[in-house]
Design a protein around this ligand. Structure first.
Ligand SMILES: C[S@@+](CC[C@H](N)C(=O)[O-])C[C@H]1O[C@@H](n2cnc3c(N)ncnc32)[C@H](O)[C@@H]1O
Length: 275
């Protein structure tokens, strides 16, 4: 049922670096129907000739290409760029905040139909929004789920992080199926869509992760169908994130756009945001 467009599941294994991680690795192995192997047994790993591995270690869960098609991908809300953006990110002045309509008085419930590694979701949750995050790709889902678990552990010593993570709920599903189940009495305030787009050749370091993600997920061919359906399911607005200067998704003209250097937000307004 879950689509993993670019990589056959038969090419993936999960490894664990320590016996205390075996149980967690076995759980992922069962959910994804892939072999779970002790990382300290290279002969067993070599024997299965996997092209990709999910690697579970004390540092978290990473997705690694044995052919080095891309760098390791992981989801880390505790340190690095997420921590930096949480502390110095520009708050409600950020374009994403304006696009979604966050203000000092209004903190929308956001349904993120394309969760990915949860970066945008984390920013919105940091700003006070409640997020439901939908992800259909099983690899991306596992990375994000683990990133949230690690953040929950770290949050025992960090009240602010605890509050942010509490606002984020991840669901493994196809958004098109999910939207069919959303009835008028539980419409979200805002729907957010950030579909995969073809990676551009000239990209900064930060975009490398997105290129690797593209190899796992492929192009989100059904993105315009997702938008069409979403337009009937939000109370205040639907927001689509696009590369600057790209066509409108599905050629559907938004009410207005916020244009940045590399990113554009197309806003489909349904009702005025409460002041
Ligand atoms: C460009 S990434 C999103 C990145 C995300 N905004 C972030 O900040 O990390 C797009 C993601 O949406 C997921 N996706 C696309 N269409 C989907 C659908 N119909 N249902 C669920 N997930 C979907 C893809 O699997 C991919 O992981």
């Amino acid at each position: 049922m879950y689509i993993c467009l670019n990589i056959p599941m038969s090419k993936i294994i999960i490894t664990y670096s320590d016996s205390c991680l075996k149980q967690a690795a076995d759980r992922i192995s069962k959910q994804m129907d892939i072999p779970s192997i002790d990382a300290r047994t290279p002969q067993l790993i070599n024997a299965v000739e996997a092209d990709y591995s999910l690697q579970l270690s004390a540092n978290g869960l990473s997705f690694v290409s044995s052919k080095k098609n891309h760098g390791a991908i992981r989801c880390d809300f505790v340190s690095g760029s997420h921590r930096h953006r949480r502390n110095h990110g520009g708050g409600k002045g950020q374009m994403i905040a304006k696009a979604v309509g966050v203000s000092g008085k209004f903190y929308p419930n956001v349904l993120d139909l394309t969760a990915g590694l949860g970066s945008d979701g984390f920013v919105l949750a940091s700003l006070g929004c409640n997020l439901s995050l939908l992800e259909r790709n099983p690899i991306v889902y596992q990375l994000l789920n683990h990133g949230l678990e690690k953040a929950r552990e770290a949050a025992l010593d960090d009240i602010e992080l605890a509050e942010i993570i509490q606002r984020m709920t991840l669901i493994q599903t196809n958004s098109l199926d999910y939207l069919n189940t959303v009835s008028e009495d539980n419409f979200p305030d805002v729907i957010y869509i950030d579909p995969m787009f073809p990676p551009r050749k000239k990209s900064a370091q930060v975009k490398k992760e997105m290129q690797a993600l593209h190899q796992i997920v492929g192009a989100d061919e059904d993105a315009s169908e997702v938008l069409e359906k979403a337009l009937n399911k939000a109370i205040y607005r639907v927001v689509v994130k696009r590369p600057s200067h790209s066509d409108y998704l599905g050629m559907i003209k938004p009410s207005y756009s916020l244009e940045g250097k590399s990113t554009r937000y197309d806003i489909f307004a349904k009702q005025k945001i409460p002041k």
